[in-house]
Design a protein around this ligand. Structure first.
Ligand code: B12
Ligand code: SF4
Length: 523
């Protein structure tokens, strides 16, 4: 049987990285079946195109996985596929919470023939076998013989065959530049960010987050050896194709066991398996100097930190009181000393937020080393304690907000400001952190560092700017390049002619740092 695994885009923003679930399920598919992968972020398709693809390729089963914000598109694509007579199975965090919606048991239309609840590592082979025999059940749940929920162990994690997987659709280098870039330095003909997991589960239970409910509070790890081997395979592939490969450790909290993380990082270093990597780690786990040394030595470049708020009252409300705003600066300095920088994620629209929250956040961020602040709005995702609380108190203004995805739009009334004011706060954050002046200051604040670091922060800021101000198409990019021409000129001049030593700015400069995401930022 030919199987298609499809991940929809949300029609608004694009992911820079492929989704792990597709590669994982591909690796867990029983022998004798062919699995094709399409990520809508890399290969945009509409309903007619996917139906045509399924017909032409003679696909026998389609698996669709989606986050809440992609689910409306996922349902539309599933409807188009089912209309061709091919069965659709859906999985992932949204349908796990809303299985009746996907199966049409809530009075709405049916979109899926079957749903896979929770982690599907062990149920996927059964789904494939049942589909091949034409006996697909409606619901697949990961349970043991007694009907108790069972979380897969990651000790026998499958080897994902990175050396042979077709990754063409995920190259971040524009086609026109590939030939030339392949020849320079370490080879940049391809650049891919690849998701790798080293463990699952986070026990912290932040109110807005789906992770503790979905993966459970029991933490499970892969063996160090299997992670190291995966990194070595990725490095080998990058070498063969004269390209670059970076890794996103997608664990929700990569240092949830500091002891184990240190042991993994030591093994990575010992095996020479270092690649540039990004990971999500909560601020409270970044106090350990030895851990930060190992992060830097093993290739860690960016750490995503869900700071959420600079107001301890908000953090307490969200059950995230372990975040201590008073220590954010020290954590970021500790990382920056090793040239590791942070993606700092902030959520506005929390119950204690009042107007001006963005500026109050930026006042703090400006005193920190430069990073990539991201700002979002508190979003009640189905299945979270936050959703239940807002539903009970009748504060949901769009209880099924996922039926019409609108980026950066609240779905409930905040307590101390209006919805419009919350939207304005997010806009303020993005506008002030990603303006040409803010980008110039971020670059300037690293004046005592090698050129590469400054180019890195500049390019990363340009890309992150696109999260709020979409930069789709050449014209949008040209405009941004024109706006930032002074900074580009300084960097290019230095690359060509070298530079005189310049001091770091004496005092913290206004507006280089800033703030973020947030439906629910992991970590
Ligand atoms: C990596 C990641 C990202 C990446 C992008 C995704 C990517 N390319 O991998 C980045 C950093 C860009 C990102 C961004 C966001 N993310 Co995110 N992200 C994750 C993270 C940490 C890991 C995903 C992952 O690979 N997990 C490991 C795999 C193995 O698990 P899985 O995907 O759940 O798949 C398993 C099962 O669900 C199931 N399954 C999944 N799909 C399918 C399909 C079929 C057919 C079947 C049978 C089974 C199946 O089988 C798999 C194996 O067991 C998760 C948290 C988490 N731990 O999952 C959050 C998570 C998915 N993100 C979340 C959110 C909210 C976001 C943002 C909206 C945050 C924000 N406010 O900006 C953005 C949106 C991005 C966008 N483009 O619109 C939420 C989604 C909740 C929800 N109900 O939708 C999660 C769960 C975290 C959370 N805090 O609650 N994210
Ligand atoms: S937000 Fe981060 S720390 Fe909190 S439960 Fe989710 S993954 Fe864990």
């Amino acid at each position: 049987m030919k199987i298609l695994l499809y991940n929809p885009d949300n029609g608004v923003t694009r992911n820079f990285m492929p989704h792990l679930w597709m590669f994982l399920l591909q690796a867990l598919t029983p022998a004798g079946h062919e699995v094709l992968l399409i990520d809508g972020n890399a290969q945009p398709m509409d309903e007619a195109q996917i139906a045509e693809y399924v017909r032409v390729q003679k696909i026998g089963l389609v698996g669709i996985g989606a986050m809440t914000r992609m689910i409306a598109k996922a349902y539309r694509m599933a409807d188009a596929i089912r209309a061709t007579g091919v069965p659709v199975v859906m999985g992932g965090p949204h349908v796990t919470e809303m299985a009746d919606e996907a199966l049409g048991r809530d009075g709405g239309p049916r979109h899926a023939d079957a749903v896979a609840l929770g982690e599907a590592d062990e149920t996927w082979p059964h789904i494939v076998n049942d589909a091949a025999e034409g006996k697909l059940k409606e619901v697949y749940a990961p349970v043991d013989v007694f009907g108790q929920e069972r979380k897969p162990s990651l000790q026998d994690y499958p080897a994902i065959p990175w050396q042979s997987i077709d990754l063409d659709q995920f190259n971040l280098i524009p086609g026109a530049a590939r030939g030339m870039l392949q020849k320079i330095g370490e080879g940049w003909g391809t650049f891919r960010i690849v998701p790798v997991e080293s463990g699952r589960g986070c026990p912290y239970g932040c109110e807005f987050c789906t992770v503790t409910g979905f993966f459970g509070d029991s933490i499970r790890f892969r063996t160090n050896k299997s992670v190291v081997n995966e990194l070595l395979a990725l490095k080998a592939r990058a070498r063969t194709e004269k390209g670059q490969m970076a890794v996103f450790f997608i664990d929700d909290n990569f240092a949830i066991s500091v002891k184990r993380t240190k042991s993994l990082l030591r093994d990575i270093i010992a095996a020479g398996a270092q690649v540039h990597w990004v990971a999500q780690i909560s601020a409270n786990l970044l106090r350990d100097e030895e851990l930060i040394d190992l992060i830097a030595a093993s290739g860690g470049k960016w750490i995503f930190i869900g700071m959420e708020s600079v107001d301890p009252a908000n953090l307490k409300d969200m059950n995230k009181g372990f975040n201590k705003p008073g220590e954010y600066a020290a954590v970021l300095e500790r990382l920056a000393k090793r040239n590791v920088y942070a993606i700092t994620s902030f959520i506005f629209g929390m119950d204690n937020d009042t107007t001006g929250v963005a500026e109050r956040t930026l006042e703090q961020v400006r005193t920190w080393p430069p990073g990539l602040p991201i700002f979002g709005l508190l979003t009640p995702l189905p299945g979270t304690p936050l959703y239940k609380r807002l539903q009970t108190s009748d504060r949901l203004t769009r209880p099924k907000h996922w039926q019409e995805f609108i980026p950066f739009a609240m779905a409930h009334s905040p307590l101390k400001m209006t919805i419009e004011e919350a939207h304005d706060e997010v806009k303020y954050g993005w506008a002030h952190c990603y303006s040409p002046e803010a980008l110039a200051l971020a670059v300037q604040s690293l004046n005592d560092q090698p050129l590469g670091y400054r180019v890195n922060i500049f390019l990363a800021r340009l890309c992150f700017r696109g999260i709020y101000f979409p930069m789709l198409g050449k014209f949008a990019w040209l405009k941004v390049i024109a706006q930032n021409r002074k900074t580009i000129f300084v960097l290019v001049k230095e690359a060509v002619f070298g530079r005189k030593k310049r001091p770091r700015p004496a005092a913290p400069e206004p507006a280089y740092g800033e703030a973020g995401t947030a439906e629910a930022s992991g970590d």
